[in-house]
Ligand binder design. Sequence first.
Ligand SMILES: Cc1ncc(COP(=O)(O)O)c(C=O)c1O
Length: 314
Amino acid sequence: MKEIGGYFNLELTNKGEFLHDDGILLNSCRNALEFVLLSLRPKRIWLPKYTCDSVLQPVVHLKLNYCFYSIDKNLEILNVSLDEGDVLLYTNYFGLKDSYTKKLSEKYGHQLIIDNAQSYYSERIKGIATIYSPRKFFGVPDGGIAYVDNPINKKFKQDKSYDRCRHLLMRYDETASEGYSDFRDNDNYLDNREILLMSELTKALLKSVDYVSAKITRNKNFKYLQNKLSETNCLNIQSMDYVCPMVYPYYTRKNNLRNKLIENKVYVATYWHNVLSENNIETFEFDFADKMLPLSIDQRYDIKDMSRIIKILK
Ligand SMILES: Cc1ncc(COP(=O)(O)O)c(C=O)c1O
């Protein structure tokens, strides 16, 4: 029975539809991958050497055989040869590999799983298993979305997220550095959790996002940075295409920019620390993880902010 009266909840519009709300709504993207693997039951999975180690969690949990492949300087697959019963996981890097994922889907069909964790706006290609991670694009504590034909028929309990939103709230009242340890705690919390359905709070937050304006802002900021940085960017972004990118990946030979940015309160992540410890220093994967600066272009920022980043980089 609906409760009437009493104290108020946090005011969210909670009215819109959210992108991919027709998928299977779960508690994290890694668990969306686990759901896909439970449904497909492959003999072995091919994983990119260049990815976040959290994608290995469901693979290890399901005791699945796995092997790794390398990527080239266009972030495309170098060396896979699929056997029957194998599946191939490919990350749509930074949301810049839409055409390539289409090509892969034609080549590998039902053996392909697209990891759109970095490409929330990319549409699912019909018939291709696909996963999404909304928290890489919006202020939500968790959530993952899975698409797979013939999903397993299993009931899951529902997650609750209210206790893990401190970092999201702190970014209003405090600085990012002050909320950082809470952000890390939530990140760690997501490790090796059971599959749960997406919490009502995360759904309400996702139903409150203005997806159209976020996309316009991201694309505007991205274009601005590309205009200023393409000549010194070792990643050939011109040859790539996107609906709406996650960040602007600036792959540069210039030293010490990461520290300079951080000193100026422009925070850049490393994608990914595990790639540095798992790969040889001569590999593309190592060099890219080491030197690539993922510059924020998201809906919180405008061209003035982008021009501040450029001034620091010059
Ligand atoms: C490429 C990629 N795939 C999947 C994941 C897993 O996402 P989640 O943290 O929502 O489980 C991540 C997380 O960092 C990621 O970077």
